[in-house]
Design a protein around this ligand. Structure first.
Ligand SMILES: NC(=O)c1ccc[n+]([C@@H]2O[C@H](COP(=O)([O-])OP(=O)(O)OC[C@H]3O[C@@H](n4cnc5c(N)ncnc54)[C@H](OP(=O)(O)O)[C@@H]3O)[C@@H](O)[C@H]2O)c1
Length: 326
């Protein structure tokens, strides 16, 4: 099959399409004919040699895809050849075929075409598992989402609004900020020009935010803690601003607040299956009625994976970048 491989870590130009052996579905796995995959920031790190696949995962890039079921591995029930699905992957999506644990398949939600569905799994599973399952965001609470115009951010804004929360977000250029407002964010802070701590304090009348979904890590840690309300929860999911930050435990303690950090990719298969089931139960109805939409900034063929990575790394995109496979 054709797959995007990384022979040498480096820039977007190292991504080339090669012939590799087809994967085989093991017990409990399903083989998919991939229709499309989507680019995630983690793929750009893996390409640079900074985010190796977890043990046992495919070396091929790609954390999500959509496609049709081609073959069932031993013991798989509930799926049939020809079913249209999207899938959460530990790797292997930038290819014509991928083997996936059956619990990580989700039927394509009503009203979404198969190609667009390629960009649903990673963002919905990440946002639901962190904002709801981990941080327990409730209706009436306030969520601060950093990087609101990106893939994760745009999903988080819509999901939180659908759950009845107020949303504050940070974003870059004017178009990105307008996009976040259209998605339902009540406060949009220009991260290049404004101090989000001050803006969030005004937005919440001095109370602070209940939950922070953070993609920046170290560079935002002290300010995220400052921005928190009493009993607030920070969930760090990205380290675009570095890995080592300073945490004022005194402030954390006085606020009875908590800081979490999670990675979806390295979670055990059983936990991923639990997250996928929760997403199908709680998020798919919101996708089907249009309250949570996938915005595709750009769509290109698998052969242009390098251009897609360069597009993501240059910033300013809104929503997802999709790679069509067949
Ligand atoms: N832990 C997990 O399980 C997990 C799973 C999925 C994703 N992630 C992480 O989540 C993050 C988002 O992923 P993605 O795929 O959605 O990537 P993405 O689409 O590239 O989004 C990244 C966003 O960060 C914004 N940004 C850049 N500098 C910023 C700053 N100083 N302050 C606030 N925002 C800033 C970008 O805005 P501009 O367009 O203005 O540059 C962009 O909107 C990444 O860090 C990724 O690694 C983690």
């Amino acid at each position: 099959m054709r797959a995007v491989v990384v022979d040498q870590p480096g820039g977007p130009e190292v991504l080339t399409v090669s012939e590799v052996a087809d994967p085989r579905p093991g017990p409990g796995e399903v083989l998919l004919d991939v229709a499309a995959t989507a680019v995630n920031r983690a793929d750009t790190l893996q390409r640079r040699g900074m985010y190796p696949p977890p043990p046992g995962a495919s070396e091929v890039l790609g954390l999500e895809c959509s496609g049709t079921v081609a073959e069932l591995g031993e013991g798989v029930t509930g799926w049939s050849v020809g079913d249209e699905v999207c899938a959460l992957l530990a790797g292997g999506g930038y290819a014509e075929r991928v083997a996936v644990p059956a619990g990580q398949l989700m039927a394509v939600p009503a009203g979404v075409d198969l190609v667009t569905a390629a960009g649903l799994a990673e963002v919905t599973c990440t946002v639901w598992s962190n904002v709801v399952m981990r941080a327990g965001l409730q209706a009436g609470e306030t969520l601060l989402v950093h990087g609101g115009s990106g893939g994760i951010g745009s999903c988080a804004i819509q999901l939180a609004v659908a759950l009845g929360a107020r949303v504050a977000t940070t974003a870059g250029g004017q178009e990105s900020r307008d996009f976040c407002r259209e998605l339902g964010a009540g406060l949009v802070v220009d991260y290049r020009e404004q101090d989000f701590v001050e803006e969030v304090a005004t937005f919440t009348e001095g109370r602070g935010v209940d939950v922070v979904l953070d993609n920046m890590g170290a560079s935002y840690l002290p300010r995220n803690v400052q921005a928190l309300a009493t009993e607030g929860r920070i969930v760090v999911i990205g380290m675009q601003g570095g890995v080592k930050g300073e945490l004022d435990l005194g402030v954390l303690l006085r606020k009875r607040a908590s800081v979490h950090a999670t990675s979806l990719r390295s979670r055990p298969v059983e936990e991923k299956a639990e997250i996928c089931a929760a997403v199908v139960e709680h998020v798919w109805p919101l996708v089907a009625d249009g309250r949570v939409r996938t915005f595709v900034e750009d769509m290109m063929p698998l052969e242009e994976a390098g251009r897609a990575h360069a597009r993501m790394e240059s910033g300013g995109h809104r929503g997802k970048i999709v790679l069509t496979v067949r």
